[in-house]
Design a protein around this ligand. Sequence first.
Ligand code: NAD
Length: 335
Amino acid sequence: MNVGVIGAGSWGIALTVLLNKNGSKVTVWSKFEDEVKMLSEKREYVDKLPGVKIPKTVDFTTDLEATVKNNEVLIMAVPSTFVRGTAHLMKDYVKDGQIIVNVAKGIEENTLMTLSDIIEEEIPQAKVAVMCGPTHAEEVGRGIPTTIVVGAREQRTAKLIQDLFMNETFRVYTSPDVLGMEIGSSLKNVVALAAGIADGLGYGDNTKAALITRGIAEISRLGIKMGGKAETFAGLTGIGDLIVTCASMHSRNRRAGILIGQGKTMKEAMDEVKMVVEGVYSAKAAMQLARKYEVELPIIEQVNEILFNDKPAAEAVRDLMIRDKKIEIGDGFEQ
Ligand SMILES: NC(=O)c1ccc[n+]([C@@H]2O[C@H](COP(=O)([O-])OP(=O)(O)OC[C@H]3O[C@@H](n4cnc5c(N)ncnc54)[C@H](O)[C@@H]3O)[C@@H](O)[C@H]2O)c1
């Protein structure tokens, strides 16, 4: 199958190499001439995915019209903050029913829309699917066994994408719960910032386990109220993605958190990580969602305080520890 990958960052390139291995003809679009030139010549993204060789059969281009028109399936792999703008540029070239698989993770501030909603709004004629899970590009690029989920309204679409990507190192599941998948994979970036902050403060594994467990409790509370399925938050795109993001040094959100925990400002941390730290944007959106759906998100609220109100990180952790006493599991006490 001919596949167009929109966005030539770490994830776009890792998926390109995987699709090429599976026999697809892949064309990668980038907005940037110098990136296209560098990738066409070097056949490796040395800064982002060192050691991952890109076969000669992969084409690179800045021609968005041709990429959209000449490929049956499109993979949207630009960072979340550029999804709307890129979809807007693509809309006139997309055929009726053409499949666009969003692999970016985020919620738009103010509109509070998921990225698949944004693509559907910008390109109503497209069939939009999503693909996410616990997947670092650095590991997928090296062929390390990985699992992921494709979400789509129609099972036929989900199965087609499953067939496209699945191989012996990349196991693909399907799900109809697109909303739950997108909420889990966006909000885990905010909890990853918290996990990084705890690491930066010098806290230990107990703190990390608490943040992961109570973090998924928050994410599911909100996600279920919004219409997501409880099982999704216990699955690969929920707790699975949260674990990998909170534990790995590949996570730019966790790395930014560590710097903030060590005393850097949000701006200094973002500059040092040198990539879009999506959790910062999703943190704001999550608080707006919490207000809209009247759900308590204590960890995410404290991350917002640290990021946007200069609250010292240690104070935020203390406030989490001494907030109102709660039950973990409510039912079953003897009277
Ligand atoms: N890296 C991973 O391991 C990974 C895994 C799963 C999902 N994701 C998600 O995939 C998305 C992309 O992540 P990434 O790691 O590839 O990011 P990245 O920072 O490596 O991507 C940067 C690339 O995006 C493109 N880009 C930059 N600015 C742009 C603009 N203004 N307009 C259009 N394109 C632009 C360029 O090709 C650039 O190289 C994110 O939402 C991320 O959460 C990443």
